[in-house]
Write a protein that binds this ligand. Structure first.
Ligand code: ADP
Ligand code: MN
Ligand code: MN
Ligand code: MN
Length: 370
C-alpha cells in the first residue's frame, strides 16, 4: 500500500483533497511530497529575455547540487544550429516558486554546449570566474541594483494609463506618488515585491518612478555572483506577473523619447575595504579606475543607453565621466552619509535598465580589484 508504483504516491489512501471544479482550483491542488516541480530558467540568444521549462524531480530538493543537468532545443531560441541543436542546462541556484508554492522551485541555469563550453549567451560563466578570483572573493564585493522598468498596455504598446495616442501632464507629480490620476500598475509592483520575498530574493524596496507607469525595485546588497542570479530571477518573476496581468514590461532605456525619464539600473557597490574605516579613500581610488575605463564600461552597460545618457533627466552625458557627492547628474554618486562617515559604498548611475547584471557586476569587480 502506498508504493509509488500504484500511482497514489506519498498521498497514501487519501490526499485530503476534495476535488476541483475549475482551473483555479486545480492549480491550487496539493502535490505529492516526493514530487518537486523545478522550473529551469535560462537566458536566451537575445541576451535580454529569459526562457524556462519545467520538470518533475522525484525527491525533496534542498540544495542545487541535487539537481541534474537538462537540455533544450537551442535552434528554437537562437542559441544553436538546427543540425546540432542540443544545449545543456546547468543548474546554478534555486529559489522557492511563488506561483506553484509548496516544495516547488525555480532554478537559474547556465547554458553549455555538449562539450561543456559556455555558449556566447552565457555571461555567467565569465562572471563566476572573476568572482572566484581570490583578489575579488577576499574583498567580499556587495551589489545593490536598482531596476527601473515601464509598464505598457499589451494592445497599444503605450504606457499603462496614458491617454490613447496622447500624453499625460508633464513629469513632477508622479515619483513616489499616490492617487488614481498619478499612478498605474501599483498592484503589479507590489505583487512582484511579495513574489521576490517569497522566492528568497534580497529585494530591499520598491518605488514609483518619475515617468508615469514607470517603477523601480532594488535587489541587494548581494554578494558576488548572487547579485546577477537574483537580478535575473527577479526579472523572470516580473515577466510572469505581467503575463498574468496582460501587461508588457519594457526594459528599454528610453521607452518614450522626449521629455520623459529613461530607465536605468544604478549599481550600488562596495568592498570590504570600502566598508571599513578609511573606506572613502578606497572608494575614491576605485572611482579613478572606473574613470580610466569609462568607454569600456559604457559598451557593457546596455544597448540603446545613448538614448538615455543625455545629461538631462538625472543622467550624466555618455561621453564624459564625472562623479560627485549627492550629485544625481554625475556618472558616479557618493552619498552624503558616506562622505560624513568616511566609508561605505558608491553608486554607478550609468548602467541601463536592460543591462546584463552578470556582465556589469563582474566588470566593476574586475576594473576595481584586478
Ligand atoms: P537611491 O537612493 O539611488 O534611489 P536605492 O535606495 O534605490 O538608492 O538603492 C540602494 C541599493 O543599494 C539598495 O538595494 C541597498 O540595499 C544597496 N546598498 C546599501 N548598502 C550597500 C553597500 N554597502 N554596498 C552595496 N550596496 C548597498
Ligand atoms: Mn532608487
Ligand atoms: Mn530610480
Ligand atoms: Mn539610484
Amino acid at each position: 500500500m502506498g508504493s509509488t508504483g500504484n500511482g497514489i504516491g506519498s498521498f497514501g489512501v487519501s490526499s485530503g483533497h476534495t476535488g476541483a471544479t475549475s482551473i483555479e482550483e486545480l492549480l491550487k491542488m496539493p502535490t505529492p511530497q516526493d514530487s518537486t516541480i523545478v522550473e529551469y530558467i535560462w537566458i536566451d540568444g537575445t541576451m535580454e529575455n529569459c526562457r524556462s521549462k519545467a520538470r518533475t524531480v522525484c525527491k525533496q530538493v534542498t540544495s542545487v547540487d541535487q539537481l541534474s543537468k537538462w537540455n533544450f532545443d537551442g535552434s528554437s531560441t537562437g542559441q544553436a544550429p538546427g543540425e546540432d541543436s542540443e544545449v545543456i542546462l546547468v543548474p546554478r541556484s534555486i529559489y522557492r516558486d511563488p506561483f506553484r508554492g509548496g516544495q516547488h522551485l525555480l532554478c537559474m541555469c547556465e547554458c553549455e554546449d555538449p562539450h561543456g563550453n559556455p555558449l556566447p549567451s552565457n555571461t555567467r560563466a565569465n562572471a563566476a570566474k572573476i568572482f572566484s578570483d581570490p583578489k575579488v572573493d577576499g574583498e567580499v564585493p556587495w551589489y545593490g541594483i536598482e531596476q527601473e522598468y515601464a509598464l505598457l498596455d499589451a494592445k497599444t504598446n503605450w504606457p499603462l494609463g496614458w491617454p490613447e495616442q496622447g500624453f499625460p501632464g508633464p513629469q513632477g507629480p508622479y515619483y513616489c506618488a499616490v492617487g488614481a490620476n498619478k499612478i498605474s500598475g501599483r498592484e503589479i509592483c507590489d505583487a512582484h515585491f511579495k513574489a521576490c520575498l517569497y522566492a528568497g530574493l534580497q529585494i530591499s524596496g520598491t518605488n514609483g518612478e518619475v515617468m508615469p507607469s514607470q517603477w523601480e525595485y532594488q535587489i541587494g546588497p548581494c554578494e558576488g555572483i548572487s547579485s546577477g542570479d537574483q537580478m535575473w530571477i527577479s526579472r523572470y518573476l516580473l515577466e510572469r506577473i505581467c503575463e498574468m496581468a496582460g501587461v508588457v514590461v519594457s526594459l528599454d532605456p528610453k521607452p518614450i523619447p522626449g521629455d520623459w525619464n529613461g530607465s536605468g539600473a544604478h549599481v550600488n557597490y562596495s568592498t570590504e575595504s570600502m566598508r571599513a574605516d578609511g573606506g572613502l579613500a578606497v572608494i575614491k581610488k576605485a572611482i579613478g579606475k572606473l574613470e580610466a575605463k569609462h568607454e569600456e564600461h559604457i559598451k557593457a552597460y546596455g544597448e540603446g543607453n545613448e538614448r538615455r545618457l543625455t545629461g538631462a533627466h538625472e543622467t550624466a552625458s555618455i561621453d564624459a565621466f564625472s562623479w560627485g557627492v549627492a550629485n544625481r547628474g554625475a556618472s558616479v554618486r557618493v552619498g552624503r552619509e558616506v562622505e560624513r562617515e568616511g566609508k561605505g559604498y558608491f553608486e554607478d548611475r550609468r548602467p541601463a535598465s536592460n543591462m546584463d547584471p552578470y556582465v556589469v557586476t563582474s566588470l566593476i569587480a574586475k576594473t576595481t580589484l584586478l
